[in-house]
Design a protein around this ligand. Structure first.
Ligand code: F6P
Length: 343
């Protein structure tokens, strides 16, 4: 029987992780479970860092972004003796089950640990929104608001200076943030990793707008997008994290230079960066995180492990972790086509 749940948040943070932790604690207290808060994701389980947390820990954090538990991109399967340490510490702290809040990397570890008899439930949290079976991951909606706001602001200055403005947004290999943000903000061109682009097409849009008297254009580009002419995504540092992901960034500048060279129009690039992961969670994200957190504890209560709690068509559903993490959520190409109506 489960008595103590270990909770951790891993990977890139976002805004409503604290709302999920709060929900986990409230529901756990109702069932009489103890909650052990693990510090800094999987790193905390390797180093044995954490403490019992209760209602006091989550008091006032519903509206606060980031994660009070801390996070890291540590992969126990990539650290010497990492899995052994995780097993040892789970035993030492008498943790009966884990709830992990994060993206495919964090929850992928939870899934892999099931082979060592470690019981776990995953909660999807990533601004990339690339996890299959869930329409929304925690943090996506808040990041989307930030992207939309940035496009709104770029519009006025782009118009004043008759410039081509490029906004590079996060999302890794997925274009959800760029696509949704671009539609919400009324971007003139949206570039996503799932569809390699050509400069001729972009310039065509810019020129058509000019002919209609619209002397500025806004291009939203996902950091993972690439032109048909390039074999690889653009990376500013070339650094690779513990899960094998290369640090993306720089495609915006690449596009800016190319457009200015080909057209002569004044062009500027903004890289929105980590602003997309900060600030207060939207109401939607708070409610989503609350519902997912509660459901995760319900699964633990029912001894229903190896699952991811997901948000599908306004309902909370559960999907085996192995299934949910098999592949990245396929892009909605119909929505992408629809966005072109406004170019
Ligand atoms: O996965 C979330 C994310 O924000 C990606 O969109 C981005 O590529 C990456 O994390 C950035 O990671 P870091 O915070 O380690 O620079």
């Amino acid at each position: 029987m489960v008595k103590k749940i270990g909770v951790l948040s891993g990977g890139g943070d976002s805004t409503a992780i604290n709302a999920a932790i709060r929900a986990i604690i409230k529901r756990s207290e109702q069932y009489g479970f103890e909650v052990f808060g693990i510090k800094n994701g999987w790193e905390g389980l390797i180093k044995g860092k954490g403490e019992i947390i209760s209602s006091d820990f989550v008091s006032g954090i519903l509206c606060i972004g980031g994660t009070k538990l801390g996070t890291s991109r540590t992969n126990p399967f990539n650290v010497e003796g990492g899995v052994e340490k995780v097993k040892e510490n789970i035993k030492k702290f008498n943790i009966d089950a884990l709830i992990t809040i994060g993206g495919d990397d964090t929850n992928g570890v939870t899934n892999k640990l099931s082979q060592y008899d470690i019981k776990g439930v995953g909660i999807p949290q990533t601004i990339d929104n690339d996890i299959a079976y869930t329409d929304y991951s925690i943090g996506f909606d808040s990041a989307l608001e930030i992207v939309t706001d940035a496009i709104d602001k770029l519009h006025t200055t782009a118009c004043s200076h008759q410039r081509v403005m490029i906004l590079e947004v996060m999302g890794r290999d997925a274009g959800w943030l760029a696509l949704h943000g671009g539609i919400a903000g009324g971007a003139d061109v949206i570039l996503i990793p799932e569809v390699p682009f050509s400069y001729d097409e972009i310039i065509d849009v810019i020129e058509k707008r000019r002919k209609k008297g619209k002397e500025f254009s806004i291009i939203v580009v996902a950091e993972g997008a690439k032109p048909k002419s390039l074999d690889q995504q653009v990376t500013s540092t070339g650094k690779v994290d513990s899960f094998g992901h290369v640090q993306l960034g720089g495609i915006g500048d690449h596009i800016g230079k190319e457009i200015e060279k080909r057209t002569g129009y004044s062009t500027r690039t903004t890289i929105l960066g980590h602003l997309q992961r900060g600030g207060m969670p939207t109401a939607f994200d708070r409610i989503l995180a609350t519902r997912l957190g509660v459901k995760a504890v319900d699964l633990v209560h029912d001894n229903d492990f190896g699952k991811m709690v997901c948000f599908k068509e306004y309902k909370i559903i559960t999907v085996p972790l192995s299934e949910a993490l098999k592949e990245q959520k396929p892009m909605d190409l119909e929505l992408y086509e629809l966005s072109k109506l406004f170019y």
